[in-house]
Write a protein of this length. Sequence first.
Length: 731
Amino acid sequence: MEQYIKGTFKKRIFHTDKGYVVGLFKVKETNDEKMDFYINHTISFTGYFHELTEDENYIFYGKLVEHEKYGEQFQVERYERVLPEEKDSIVEFLSSGLFKGIGEKTAKNIVNCLGKDTLSIILENPNNLLLVPSVTKKQITILHNTLVEYEASYKTVVELNELGFSTRDSLMIYNKYKVQTISVIENNIYQLMEDIEEITFKKVDTIFLKQEDIKRDDERRIMASILYTMEEVCNLYGHSYLEKEEMFSYSIRALGNSIGQNDFDLALEHLIKDIKVIEKDNKYYLKKFYEAEMNIASRCGYLMRKEDNRDRNLDKIVYEVSKFFDCAYNKEQLEAIEKSFQKNILIVTGGPGTGKTTIIKAICELYKQMNRLSYESLVKEIALLAPTGRASKRMSESTMLPALTIHRFLKWNKDNNRFAVNEYAKSEAKIVIIDEFSMVDTLLFDNLLKGLLYDTKIILVGDYNQLPSVGTGQLLKDMIESEKINVVKLKELYRQQENSNIISLAYQINENNLTPTIFNKQEDLIFIPVPSINLKQEVIEIASLYKKNSNSFQVLAPMYKTINGIDLLNSNLQEVFNPKAKTKKEILINGVLYREKDKVIQLTNMPDENVFNGDIGYIESIDNGNKKEIIIDFDGNLVRYTAANFNKFKHAYAISIHKSQGSEFDTVIIPIVKGYGKMLYRKLIYTAVTRCKKKLYLIGEIEALEMAISNNDTDIRNTTLNIRIIENIGV
């Protein structure tokens, strides 16, 4: 028997934009003896709701659960609104504000005339309201249409629940299609996964397969599997396109049954005809990835063809800039500074110690002096951007100008995954400089270009040899290898860092030419040979030397799991840097213990709070009582976390190398053993080494380091941006 409670919704305690509600409910009736205690009393409840109105009556179906903090709660799985039946309740309902223009007097007239079945009578035939004196045609229309919509939404949500969708998913589906919901599902239920990001292929497929008389090789199902696997594989491996043979293999795996090649080919042809998949040169792209590459190539072509800027005073002002910073630029740096003025698009690339930050500072000052701008005017015309919060902060500190993440510049709305700065509402920036460009993926850069005026000057700065973006593409690599974009390669080490063994190691890694004698010559580069079984203890011992200065110290590891993974390292390092104390409050989250003063890393972008993926902070306070909240300090920015977003941070005594991109640390420990397996590859280790500024410890097995340096296989991505650029600009 399905458990229910019937009564009145009294108060909303907490809610999210996606319909999740925690509230109070006064129980009037129940079908479960265990719930009898709550009759005429209030119980707290949780669940996903399309709409809840205080003091209205509902039936909640679900189960009674025990919450570790809040005690007994009713967990709502589905619900129905109880239409009022008594005359006074109907009057209150009609005059509640739901029906515009209907006040209490009009509501009483309607109920007095139509009686206790008022609502059914109106739904049956709105012309029945003509029997009520003083009710206008406009009011009749409002009453009937609102009641119909009011009823339809709940009937639809109930029907979706019965199909197998959760209330949360049902609400998203109904809000997308409204009265067309059932029609869309009957026509092609797989349309949901295309239109609603949160509705997955697996969820839809499970529901589809429950239906009677279905065919497992239904063409709609095969088409959906192709779209699903293309998205998944491209996001996982960073590809822009796939080849047919691997697509066929992935689709079979997703469908869980064999399909004929002809059925697959026919489904793929229909996707191509519908322009959901693009085929070019036997390469198959999802439409968004193909269009993004084409748009980027088109903008690059336009800016490359646009006439260079010229000014007789350029040399003179570059000299003034060098005097301003008291800096003697080398030949490559001078070329980069001058071309930043002359060219409309420019790439500046180089390894650590080659002065990329110095170049950005010089370009900003040059632009200011060439255009005779005040500081205020410069800030309006120049946009300094980076893919991560830490990288943008470093950029701002070095230039003394505001810098933003690309997401913040584009005014990203996390709820609808849309950018407010776009092709219809462009930024007025005249020059955009993007640092750490190797981390920027194809779709993000495409969206940035859409939000810029077509003539905006673009300067891209990054290290060609670092890890590519987490998302699809390898923009910096493709743009440079096209040999059609203006590129300045910084090769000469900047003079302050010429003697750095860390930088020398980075270059040896790139050249696959490790000389073990580079280690332990000076204190800046230490290799400690340790067998895998003793690695964790050695890391802890070295880390203990820095427990009074954890801000500038960081452990960077290749992977989360295994005995030497990030998760176990963090558990041990917490006891080094932030041991248990009576003065520090603690909280257990998904089996992980956090305490006040713990070092943590942000895992997702929260632009409204000015905190971004990769930002590192410290737990300022923990409220483990009624509030259940954590305050984290990100360099003076105090951010409040409730139980709903406790999953958005992790310990940061050890972090992944991927998460370290865009950051720099004075002292770094890199554990490296053969047990890290497939995560041992050149670009990963190079990226880790280049995060270190002053002192680097490599701890583990020299054979593992040699394996990583010689392994360049995992860097291969299926992209064609370089080809598109060549096609656009010409051979």
